[in-house]
Design a protein around this ligand. Structure first.
Ligand SMILES: [Zn+2]
Length: 297
């Protein structure tokens, strides 16, 4: 198995943990978007969080995490489903500033800056759930910790990390989310706090060869953990010619006609995976005709 997420709970049911290894999906995202190291780290952290938060949902639910920020990266969007599929992009994929801190960690907070984190959960209801929080550090894990506490009222701790190799490919990536369930006792809480102190960095643990199971064991040390079946996770975009065609049609008949009149091929790129779709003027004409016939029907 490549990348995967494990879910675990304490035997008393007072705590739950999600832990993931996401090296391949973050590397796939890096290649798709040709991101600079600091953007790979920022996007990788958000993708990892998205994959784990997606695993908290069910069925056809869709999660979107969106950061709008004043740092050079400008913004990040990640979408995940409940089956381990996650995709995302940065508005500015080539940011180089804030490249490395003295401890060789990429300075994500500097690239992100100040701004807002929005969490949208489409749970198949009439209106989606939307939570907004101000970014606290722009380091993403801390911002999500704050989001869970303030917006969902679930005391949580989030750890996320992406480590690059010397040639700027992804070396290790992963993360965890630990959450207190309602009614957690003081005793359990202090045990968790003790365990969290032992975890300095997710990337250090992964680099040492620890698995998501090992990380869950560390977090729930002394609380008799139950580990559930792991779930695979991957960078996957569900874009297609027909979806891109719909987007083109939605720009309106006038817009389509002017593209046709230009007489040149057009290229449309998917934001989420950067895949390019080409349309010839003839194909655009066919789209326009089909749309107009449908309109008349
Ligand atoms: Zn796509």
């Amino acid at each position: 198995m490549n990348d995967y997420i494990v879910r675990a709970t304490s035997a008393n049911g007072e705590v739950r943990v999600f832990a993931a290894t996401t090296k391949t999906l973050v590397e796939d995202a890096r290649q798709a978007h040709n991101t600079s190291p600091v953007v790979t780290a920022a996007l990788g952290r958000l993708l990892t969080a998205g994959a784990m938060m997606g695993a908290m949902m069910k069925g056809e639910d869709v999660l979107t995490l969106q950061i709008k920020c004043d740092g050079p990266i400008e913004g990040l969007t990640v979408t995940a489903d409940a089956n381990g599929n996650v995709k995302g992009f940065a508005l500015e994929p080539q940011v180089l500033i804030g490249a490395r801190k003295s401890d060789h960690k990429l300075d994500v907070g500097c690239a992100v800056g100040h701004g807002m984190l929005q969490v949208i959960k489409d749970l198949g209801l009439k209106d989606p759930y939307v939570g907004n929080v101000e970014l606290t550090t722009g380091e993403i894990a801390e911002d999500l910790t704050y989001y869970f506490a303030s917006s969902e009222q679930v005391p949580s701790s989030v750890g996320l990390g992406v480590l690059m190799t010397k040639d700027n490919t992804v070396d290790v990536a992963g993360g965890f989310i630990i959450q207190l369930m309602p009614g957690a006792t003081e005793e359990t809480i202090s045990k968790i706090e003790e365990n969290l102190k032992k975890i300095t960095s997710v990337t250090d643990l992964l680099k040492e060869g620890m698995t998501p199971e090992n990380i869950a064991e560390m977090l729930l040390d002394g609380l008799d953990l139950l580990i559930y079946n792991p779930m695979e996770t991957r960078f996957h975009c569900d874009c297609s010619v027909s979806k891109v065609s719909k987007v083109l049609i939605s720009t309106g008949a006038d817009e389509l006609q002017s593209m046709i009149d230009d007489g040149e091929d057009i290229e449309v790129k998917c934001h989420f995976c950067n895949k390019a779709y080409k349309f010839t003027p003839d194909e655009l004409s066919a789209l326009l005709q089909a749309a107009q016939q449908k309109g008349k029907a």
